[in-house]
Design a protein around this ligand. Structure first.
Ligand code: BES
Ligand code: MN
Ligand code: ZN
Length: 500
């Protein structure tokens, strides 16, 4: 376990094995960023030629290690690029890259720009998340992490800065827990196992006096049948592992606002009979990333003690191929009675979400947010780092604002009028789950989900791109599950509970 402390101290004099300092591409060339002034002073005129010799360019994510030979109290100086401006996003990213570079140091001082609460938060979150690893399935996992990390800030004694530092650790922990769930092999995280894991995590959180209380209810396949959740049951019927619906409630006394969260929890998406191509099917273990994110965001909101009620609905199913699997042409009766013709078993997310969304409306929330790895169309449109946001204009705006303050990239997408005709094109049922028109599939999906929102203020976050990093790490975002949306949801709840 790593211990984190926040301190107002000079990076040139702090005792540690390594000190991390930012490099910016300033008007007069490459220079050390705020936070590293004492280091610049200690090197004096030798600094410029040193940076030039090492070829330090200050590019975002660039990391250069320098032995200090007695110039500083630390034997190692780690220079990390911030680009042109040390924005919170740049600091978060740089801290993440640096965390991966100093695995052999027992103690580290982080001296990045950190004179505001926002920057301290970015440096802390970035550091913790950039150093994240998933080693549960490695035989010889012996990765070294520093035992002690000191974040240096000239504002360390300010109350709101100290609070931001504590909260950053808590939220980063929720993001890391989301990544763990996403990275867990699908055979080990079936719907029943996932539901059990949520129950266990909820118990852990609510343990002890004064701990936040989050109520967790698991509905099994029998209860789902009684409720008439035909979407969740239909998608899950091809799997040997039965589906679940997990419902969480955090209801602090005096809460005036009520937020409902819904997350897609397909623990593995083979596509079903409309089977997926082989090459990247293994990545479909990440199809429960929305579920993991809303659960961990709920826990984080509770742990932060935000004065807002949160009701969270998580449909969990495994989309498999078998003699009992749902067929194209089958009609499912959703929770609430709407019938849906299945035309593509790989468009399963909307089926489980339809049931869960309608249940969410019954808790009478002020706003509903759903988070889902819903469509490849959104990845084609926005790439693999940006989520699409659709729904009620006002809620979409609020989600985008929350994303900006959380340091996550989201972009608005429309639900064009023409989609209504397409989702009502079934000849046998109330709704068509799919059509074979190639264009606008992500928007079709959103229009379909909207049918189950009872006209309440709502936004849908399609995180199919940013939920999982297929390549290598970038900044604080490590390979595999990314934990995308957790910080945005927490920021959304924070803003909503503050009445802004
Ligand atoms: N889980 C997938 C979407 C997905 C694709 C997530 C790529 C992450 C990366 C979803 O269930 C799916 O298969 N969607 C289909 C929808 C289509 C059949 C309308 C898709 O994107 O092709
Ligand atoms: Mn699918
Ligand atoms: Zn899916």
């Amino acid at each position: 376990m790593t211990s984190y402390t926040l301190r107002n101290a000079s990076p040139a004099k702090t005792r540690a094995d390594a000190v991390v300092v930012g490099v910016v591409q300033g008007a007069k060339g490459v220079e050390l960023a705020a936070g590293g002034d004492d280091v610049a002073k200690a090197y004096g005129r030798k600094l410029r030629p040193l940076l030039a010799t090492l070829g330090v360019a200050g590019k975002p994510g660039e990391v250069v290690k320098v032995p200090t030979s007695g110039v500083l109290s630390t034997p190692l100086l780690v220079l990390v690029g911030l680009g042109k401006e040390p924005t919170p996003a740049a600091v978060r990213r740089a801290a993440g890259a640096a965390a991966r570079a100093v695995t052999n140091s027992a103690s580290v001082a982080v001296a990045l720009p950190a004179d505001t609460a926002e920057l301290v938060r970015a440096a802390t979150e970035g550091w913790i998340l950039g150093g994240y690893t998933f080693t549960a399935y490695k035989k010889d996992a012996k990765r070294e992490t520093p035992g002690e990390v000191v974040v240096l800030s000239p504002a360390a004694r300010r109350k709101e800065v100290g609070a931001a530092f504590e909260q950053a650790q808590l939220v980063a922990g929720a993001v890391a827990a989301t990544r763990d769930w996403v990275n867990t092999p699908p055979g080990d995280l079936t719907p029943p196992a996932f539901a059990d894991a949520v129950v266990a995590a909820g118990k852990e959180l609510s343990k002890g006096r004064g701990a936040p209380k989050v109520k967790v209810t698991v509905r099994d396949e029998h209860e789902l049948a009684e409720l008439g959740c035909g979407g969740i049951l239909g998608v899950g019927q091809g799997s040997a592992a039965p589906p679940r619906l997990v419902e969480l409630t955090y209801a602090p006394r005096g809460a005036k606002q009520h937020l409902a969260l819904v997350g897609k929890g397909i623990t593995f998406d083979s596509g079903g009979l409309t089977i997926k191509p082989a090459a990247s099917m293994h990545e479909m273990k990440s199809d429960m990333a929305g579920a993991a994110a809303v659960v961990q965001a709920t826990f984080a909101i509770a742990a932060l003690g935000l004065p807002i009620k949160v009701s969270t609905f998580v449909p969990m199913a495994e989309n498999m191929v078998s003699g009992g699997a749902v067929r194209p042409g089958d009609v499912l009766t959703m929770y609430g009675g709407t019938t849906v013709e299945v035309l593509n078993t790989d468009a399963e997310g909307r089926l489980v979400l339809g049931d869960a969304l309608l249940r969410a409306t019954e808790s009478q929330p002020d706003v509903i947010l759903d988070v889902a790895t819903l469509t490849g169309h959104m990845v084609v449109a926005l790439g693999d780092k940006v989520a699409g946001v659709m729904g009620s204009d006002e809620v979409v705006e609020q989600v985008l604002a929350a994303g900006r303050s959380a340091g996550e990239e989201l972009w608005p997408m429309p639900i064009p009028e023409g989609m209504d005709e397409r989702i009502h094109s079934s000849k046998v049922a109330d709704l068509a789950q799919h059509d074979w028109v190639r264009w606008g599939g992500g928007l079709f999906a959103a229009a379909f989900l909207r049918e189950f929102t009872a006209g309440l203020p709502w936004a849908h976050l399609d995180i199919a791109g940013p939920a999982f990093a297929s390549g290598g790490p970038t900044g604080h975002v490590t390979a595999g599950g990314t934990g995308f949306a957790v910080t945005t949801l927490v920021e959304y709840a924070r803003a909503m509970s503050a009445g802004s």
